[in-house]
Design a binder for this molecule. Structure first.
Ligand SMILES: [Zn+2]
Length: 143
């Protein structure tokens, strides 16, 4: 893997092909002033094709979101131009502010200030339920 010119930041690798832009949006990377590189359809032995995101700054990275998107994603943390750690985010027990409850009567749908919160109810199938009304979430990324 080529770290390139990153001094302090992240290389988010093994992103399923086509997902890098969605991750970019969900992590709100457009608000960053630093360099962000999106590499689409990189060749990957195991997966065929993959996307890679490079962020040239240490930020408050949302590992829960990355784990939710795909458990094959690896996050390489770069410090001083060297690989400091490699993290593989897992499916989080709780997910706050990512999924929205589809139940129109749910308090999280009515109260604008209330952040939607979901808990993992089936790890194998990746099913989440609203903590307020128990409604099953739709999978945001896999249809
Ligand atoms: Zn709900």
């Amino acid at each position: 893997m080529i770290i390139g010119e990153i001094k302090d930041g992240y290389v988010i690798d093994h992103i399923p092909a086509g997902m890098a832009l969605k991750i970019y949006e969900y992590l709100e990377l457009e608000h960053l002033d630093c360099q962000v590189a999106i590499i689409k359809n990189a060749e990957s032995g195991k997966l065929g094709r993959k996307d890679i995101l490079k962020i040239n700054e240490i930020i408050d990275l949302n590992y829960d979101l990355l784990g939710y998107i795909d458990q094959k994603i690896t996050v390489n943390i770069i410090e001083n131009g060297k690989l400091k750690a490699k993290i593989r985010p897992e499916l989080p027990e709780k997910l706050t502010g990512v999924l929205k409850c589809k139940n129109p009567r749910c308090i999280s749908s009515i109260e604008q200030d209330l952040a939607p919160e979901f808990r993992l109810s089936d790890r194998e199938k990746g099913i989440y339920r609203c903590v307020y009304c128990d409604t099953k979430s739709e999978n945001l990324f896999n249809g």
